[in-house]
Write a protein that binds this ligand. Structure first.
Ligand SMILES: Cc1cc2nc3c(=O)[nH]c(=O)nc-3n(C[C@H](O)[C@H](O)[C@H](O)COP(=O)(O)OP(=O)(O)OC[C@H]3O[C@@H](n4cnc5c(N)ncnc54)[C@H](O)[C@@H]3O)c2cc1C
Length: 375
C-alpha cells in the first residue's frame, strides 16, 4: 500500500481545502441553521467539480480514484461535515445511475448530476423497527406497463433539495428493485427533517403515495437491487468514513486552539495534563482512522475486496470523530456548549455519522461475520 499522495490527489486536496477555508468554514454555522448550503456554496462546489468527483469523465465527472475523492471529502468535512455528507449521498445516486442505468436514464440525469445542475439522493433504508437494515417496506405494484410506488423513507440525506432519488421498493414476485424517481412526480411528498446533526446535509422524509412511474423508471435489474446497490453502499460507507476523518481533524484543531488560548490558574489550560491526554488520545485515534481509511480507499482503487476494510474504516473513523468532538467540547468547558464555538455542531454531526449507512454495531456485525471461522 502506498501512502504517498500523487500530484492529482494533492492538487484536489489543496483546491478543496482552499474552498473549505474561504467559503464553507465561515458559512458552516449558517448552513447548519438553514439546513443546507447557500447559492455561493453551491456555485463554489460546482466549480470544484465536487458533484461529479468519482463519476466517469464521459458523464462530465472528474473520475477520481477512491484515495483522491476521499481526500476531497475529508477536506470539505473539516469545514462542514454536513455538506461533505450531502456529496456522499449525491455521489451514491450518480454512481448507481452510472453502474446500472440505461442510456436514456443517463442522458436524462447523469450530466446534470455531475455538473450540480441537479441533486440526487439514495432513499433505501425504511424499516426502523427491524434490526435487518436491508429490509424495505416500500412496495412497487405493477400497473400496466409501469409501476406504482407506495411507502415512506423516514430519513434521506439531501432529500430536501434533490431533484431525483434512487428509491428502493419491493416489487411483487421480483424482490428489491431500484427506481429512478423525479422528486416532482405526483405522489412524492418531501418533509424537511429537523435533524439534530449534519443539518446542512438537508435530510428529509420522503412519503410516496401511489407514485405512478413508467417502465423506464426501473434502475438496473428488477429484483437485483440488493446486490447491485452493494458497491454503491460500500462507497457511501467509505465516503462517510472520510467525512468522519475530516470532522475528527477539525474537532482536534478546535480543541488545540482553544486549549492554547484559554488561561486558568495563571496558565494556558494546554499545560494541564488532563487536557494534554484528551488531545493525545484524539490525535492517536485519528491517525489510526487515517490508516484504515487510506487502506480501504487503496483496496477500493486497486479493485480488491474492500468491504471489511471499509467497515473497519467507518467504525474507527466515526468513533474517533465522536470522541474527538466530545473531548473537544470538554476542553472548551461551558463555552463549548454554546453556539459561539463550532465544537457543539461537530458533536451533533459526529453522532449521526455513526448511524448513517449502518450503525457502528452493524459495522461490527459486518466485520465479525466476515471473519467468523477465518482465524
Ligand atoms: C438524518 C438521517 C439521514 C439518513 N439518510 C439516509 C439516506 O440518505 N438514505 C438511506 O437509505 N438511509 C438514510 N438514513 C437511514 C440510516 O442509514 C439508518 O437510520 C441507519 O442505517 C440505522 O438503521 P435504523 O435506523 O433502521 O436502525 P436499526 O438498524 O433499527 O438499529 C437500531 C439499533 O439496533 C442496533 N442493531 C441493528 N442491527 C443490529 C444487529 N444485527 N446486531 C446488533 N445490533 C444491531 C443498531 O446498532 C442500533 O443501535 C438516514 C438516517 C438519519 C437519521
Amino acid at each position: 500500500m502506498d501512502f504517498a499522495q500523487g500530484d492529482q490527489q494533492q492538487m484536489i486536496r489543496e483546491a478543496v481545502r482552499a474552498f473549505a477555508e474561504k467559503v464553507a468554514r465561515p458559512a458552516a454555522m449558517a448552513w447548519d441553521r438553514d439546513a443546507g448550503w447557500d447559492a455561493a456554496g453551491h456555485r463554489g462546489l460546482a466549480s470544484l467539480g465536487a458533484f461529479g468527483l468519482a463519476a466517469a469523465e464521459a458523464l462530465g465527472g472528474l473520475e477520481l480514484d477512491a484515495p483522491t475523492w476521499t481526500a476531497a471529502l475529508e477536506e470539505l468535512a473539516a469545514a462542514d461535515a454536513g455538506a461533505a455528507e450531502a456529496l456522499v449521498a449525491h455521489a451514491a445516486c450518480l454512481a448507481h445511475l452510472e453502474a446500472v442505468g440505461t442510456a436514456g436514464q443517463k442522458a436524462a440525469w447523469a450530466g446534470k448530476l455531475a455538473a450540480g445542475e441537479a441533486l440526487g439522493c439514495l432513499a433505501h433504508e425504511d424499516d426502523p423497527d427491524n434490526l435487518d437494515s436491508d429490509t424495505v417496506r416500500t412496495v412497487a405494484v405493477a400497473d400496466g406497463a409501469g409501476w406504482r410506488l407506495t411507502g415512506a423513507k423516514p430519513a434521506v440525506v439531501l432529500g430536501a433539495h434533490a431533484q431525483v432519488a434512487v428509491v428502493t421498493a419491493v416489487a411483487q414476485d421480483l424482490g428489491l428493485t431500484a427506481f429512478l424517481v423525479p422528486m416532482n412526480a405526483p405522489g412524492v411528498r418531501v418533509l424537511a427533517l429537523d435533524a439534530l446533526g449534519l443539518r446542512s446535509a438537508a435530510a428529509a422524509t420522503l412519503e410516496l403515495t401511489d407514485v405512478a412511474l413508467g417502465a423506464d423508471a426501473v434502475l438496473g435489474t428488477p429484483g437485483a437491487a440488493k446486490a447491485e446497490l452493494e458497491p454503491v453502499r460500500d462507497d457511501a460507507r467509505l465516503g462517510t468514513a472520510a467525512v468522519a476523518l475530516g470532522l475528527a481533524r477539525a474537532a482536534l484543531r478546535e480543541a488545540g486552539r482553544y486549549a492554547a488560548g484559554r488561561e486558568q490558574f495563571g496558565k494556558p489550560i494546554s499545560s494541564f495534563q488532563p487536557i494534554q491526554w484528551m488531545i493525545a488520545n484524539s490525535a492517536t485515534e485519528i491517525d489510526a482512522a487515517r490508516m484504515l481509511v487510506t487502506r480501504a480507499a487503496w483496496l477500493r482503487a486497486a479493485g480488491k475486496p474492500a468491504a471489511r476494510a471499509i467497515a473497519m474504516a467507518k467504525l474507527q473513523a466515526t468513533e474517533a470523530a465522536l470522541r474527538a468532538a466530545d473531548r473537544g467540547l470538554q476542553v472548551h468547558g461551558g463555552y463549548g456548549y454554546t453556539k459561539d464555538f463550532p465544537i457543539e455542531r461537530m458533536l451533533r454531526d459526529a453522532a449521526l455519522l455513526q448511524i448513517l449507512h449502518g450503525s457502528r454495531d452493524l459495522q461490527r456485525v459486518r466485520i465479525g461475520s466476515s471473519l467468523a471461522g477465518a482465524a
